[in-house]
Design a protein. Structure first.
Length: 331
């Protein structure tokens, strides 16, 4: 793996920070061929309490989602849903706290180990463990998706901590879970979304890294297929719909500079969750790239006017929004 890293150009190092190196490691280590015959799968559905918790998370109040998640954990301790919801809530708090502006883009660029990381990892492990217990009793695509998302959540934290070996370790397990989920149920949109991330980012690697991939016998991917799979997650995902839309908009911005398409992908987030400053910053960022400074300024001001209960997140949003506004008036 050290040899592979030496083959990445300086430009790629910048591009692959905060999880984009993870995508390459994920590609190298996680190719697996599913075994065994497909079995009937259960559709993935959510109770009303879970939908409420997700709305709290994406509506800029993830702290309010945590008691709901823990109530579900108490009522159904052997189901992964409650643990997924708590981990998702904690992830958005962590993402917000790591946001900075680099290369003209707002992203979770800050690499650090934080005191709350271990609690997050324990919750993600609990999601994985409960899914695996159920899989041992009866294999379903739904439980593979829960397990795979648990590994994905761990990978996000490890990426923010620059722990690439741990990212690779959980990445191989997570992708295998999603491949098996799709073998059991080809219509499982949440699994398609996660694999779409893989396919998209594999195609963003430099020619030198792609050559290394060929010599290692690792299959490639394409941004075109990745976008289609992410769109499946956007349109039909249950657990990953918002994440898929957010990731799609950011990827189109960062790697293809398709700002108009990225804006079209991201705007529904601002409509459905108008008080989420993370979404507002992204939309302002995209409008600024398109030269629509008046629209961008409106989004940045709205972000400033959308404080949440998390003081750390609010402080980061404040700093980023003010920096963006200052940059608009310097042009």
């Amino acid at each position: 793996m050290d040899c592979a890293r030496q083959c990445v150009t300086i430009r790629d190092v910048h591009r692959l920070r905060r999880g984009h190196w993870y995508c390459f490691v994920f590609m190298v280590l996680s190719f697996a061929t599913p075994l065994a015959s497909p079995l009937p799968a259960d559709d993935l559905s959510l109770p009303s309490e879970a939908i409420q918790a997700l709305d709290k998370i994406y509506g800029n109040d993830p702290d309010a989602a945590i008691p709901i998640a823990r109530s579900l954990q108490h009522s159904e301790p052997d189901h992964p849903l409650g643990y997924f919801l708590e981990a998702e809530a904690l992830w958005w708090k962590r993402y917000c706290a790591a946001c900075e502006i680099k290369y003209g883009m707002v992203e979770a660029w800050k690499q650090s180990k934080e005191p709350g990381d271990e609690a997050f990892l324990r919750i993600a492990d609990k999601e994985i463990d409960t899914a695996e217990v159920r899989l041992a009793r009866s294999e379903t695509a739904e439980m593979h998706v829960y397990a795979g998302i648990g590994y994905d959540l761990k990978a996000r934290i490890y990426a923010l901590r620059s722990e690439n070996r741990n990212v690779a370790r959980v990445g191989v397990k997570g992708r295998a879970e999603m491949l098996r989920a799709l073998e059991l149920d080809p219509q499982m949109a949440d699994a398609s979304a996660v694999l779409g991330i893989y396919n998209y980012y594999v195609d963003t690697l430099s020619p030198m890294v792609k050559l290394l991939r060929i010599f290692m016998g690792i299959p490639g991917g394409s941004k075109e297929n990745g976008v289609k799979q992410l769109q499946v997650g956007v349109d039909r995902g249950v657990l990953m719909a918002v994440d898929a839309r957010f990731i799609l908009a950011r990827a189109l911005r960062q790697y293809d500079q398709k700002y108009e398409q990225a804006l079209s992908a991201g705007e529904p987030l601002g409509v459905r969750y108008p008080n989420n400053p993370i979404f507002l910053l992204l939309l302002g960022n995209l409008n600024a790239e398109l030269g629509r400074n008046a629209n961008a300024a409106q989004y940045f001001r709205r972000a400033l006017q959308s404080p949440g209960p998390d003081s750390v997140c609010t402080a980061r949003i404040h700093d980023v929004a003010l920096a963006f506004l200052a940059s608009l008036y310097q042009k």
